[in-house]
Design a protein around this ligand. Structure first.
Ligand SMILES: Nc1ncnc2c1ncn2[C@@H]1O[C@H](COP(=O)(O)OP(=O)(O)O)[C@@H](O)[C@H]1O
Ligand SMILES: [Mg+2]
Length: 400
């Protein structure tokens, strides 16, 4: 099957679209990247999304859902064209959507008991309508309904595609939030340990956007952070945040490390008499330090660290990771044969494929779900309904 994965993470920097060829059944898949295109959001749209995450009205979010559906559809059409195909050549789309809110901590509600909630938008009906392709979306809620955190979901693809036959690996995805997956050289998905470590680029991006009054959205290559010095006592204070001490399974988002956290850092900067560059340097060390805490919960040694996500391009963060994990080598996904920026999008193509195969693809060890579940909601393409979905064999009003 040719499958497109669409992803926009907590950074809300744009839509990553990966077109892959997937073959195989069960957990035994061969995946090949055919094309990758990232479509950055225009700045005003990014600002609108980030604002909606914190204080969006119902009307804002309703409209953004349809609008982002259009952007995701555009991204899908672009990657199809980049590979020299037409939509007729493609079988399926898996769309993560854009996370607007993520509340994995259960609350007790009268009449029903514990509930968890998460909201990803970018209307899959719009994606299916514009591309003519069956679209699987809303991957997280089913895992939550089964008692999980709904995140992280990419570890399934890490386990399938990034395991090394001889070495144990720590896979690090530096998105807005950073997540890690510990893979022993052997052992199945049930042995995998994975969780969100905390901020990846989210805090760094927030600081740069605020300082530059929106002219810059991130610290390119970590150049500003490289000019500063890490304030060690401040770093220890930041690493004392309860989230970093909490044992997995755990997941987090903008609710914990978003705008209010950044505002607090600017206040502390004044009392600690630090420069802006020192603040950035300290937060680059915070990202790396939070990743390193993962070693507390891994079941064995880390032989090698593989870093993906946009943050792999931040040299300041990478330098801290190299230092923290010495003597284990720290490499990027690219050095292991996978495009670092594309991997998360590839993961959602794989998850959509598995849903259509009837294969559960959450990792309960990572999310805390009570059992494996089939992920996502399917919006069928007209051409696929009902034949491709196998429903033509079902007797009913739609079966001829
Ligand atoms: N050249 C670069 N230098 C430093 N940081 C970068 C660079 N390119 C991308 N990034 C960081 O990566 C982020 C996007 O990474 P991505 O993996 O798309 O995260 P998400 O999954 O949260 O969208 C940007 O917001 C930025 O912080
Ligand atoms: Mg992104």
């Amino acid at each position: 099957m040719k499958v497109i994965g669409l992803m926009s993470g907590t950074s809300a920097d744009g839509v990553d679209a990966a077109l892959v060829d997937i073959q195989g059944h069960g957990h035994d898949l061969t995946v090949r990247l055919l094309a990758f295109v990232d479509t950055p959001y225009p700045r005003p749209l990014q600002r609108r999304i980030l604002a909606a995450c914190i204080k969006g009205t119902v009307a804002d979010i309703c409209r953004l859902n349809a609008l982002l559906g259009e952007w995701f559809a555009k991204a899908a059409l672009k990657v199809i064209a980049a590979a020299g195909f037409t939509p007729q050549d493609i079988d399926l789309i898996g769309s993560h959507g854009q996370t607007i809110h993520h509340l994995p901590a259960p609350t007790r509600e009268p009449g029903v008991g514990l509930i968890r909630s998460t909201l990803q938008i970018a209307e899959p009906a719009v994606i299916a309508e514009r591309t003519g392709l069956t679209t699987v979306a809303n991957f997280r809620p089913r895992d939550m309904a089964a008692g999980g955190q709904g995140a992280p979901l990419a570890p399934y693809a890490h386990g399938l595609l990034l395991r090394h036959p001889d070495r144990s690996r720590l896979i690090v995805n530096l998105g807005g939030i950073s997540n890690v997956t510990y893979l022993t050289n052997k052992g199945g998905l049930e042995t995998l340990i994975a969780f969100d470590t905390g901020p990846g680029n989210m805090v760094l991006d927030g600081l740069v956007a605020s300082q530059s009054k929106g002219r810059q959205t991130y610290d390119r290559d970590g150049r500003l952070a490289a000019k500063g010095r890490v304030n060690e006592p401040w770093l220890r204070h930041l690493l004392a945040h309860p989230y970093f001490r909490k044992a997995p399974p755990k997941s987090t988002g903008r609710e914990l490390f978003g705008a209010p956290y950044v505002t607090r850092l600017f206040k502390e900067k004044r009392t600690r008499k630090a420069s802006f560059e020192d603040l950035l340097a300290t937060c680059a060390a915070l990202t790396a330090g939070a990743v390193h805490t993962a070693c507390r919960w891994t079941s064995g040694p880390v032989d090698e660290v593989l870093v993906g996500g946009g943050g792999a391009r931040n040299r300041a963060v990478m330098a801290h990771l190299v230092h923290a994990f010495e003597p284990a080598p720290v490499r990027t996904f690219d050095e292991a044969g996978w495009d670092a920026k594309a991997f998360e999008a590839i993961a959602f193509a794989v998850l959509a494929y598995q849903t259509l195969q009837g294969q559960a693809a959450n990792v309960p060890a990572a999310t805390g779900a009570r059992h494996p579940v089939l992920l996502g909601a399917i919006v069928p393409a007209q051409r696929d309904w009902p034949h491709r979905l196998g429903l033509d064999r079902v007797k009913g009003p739609h079966a001829e």
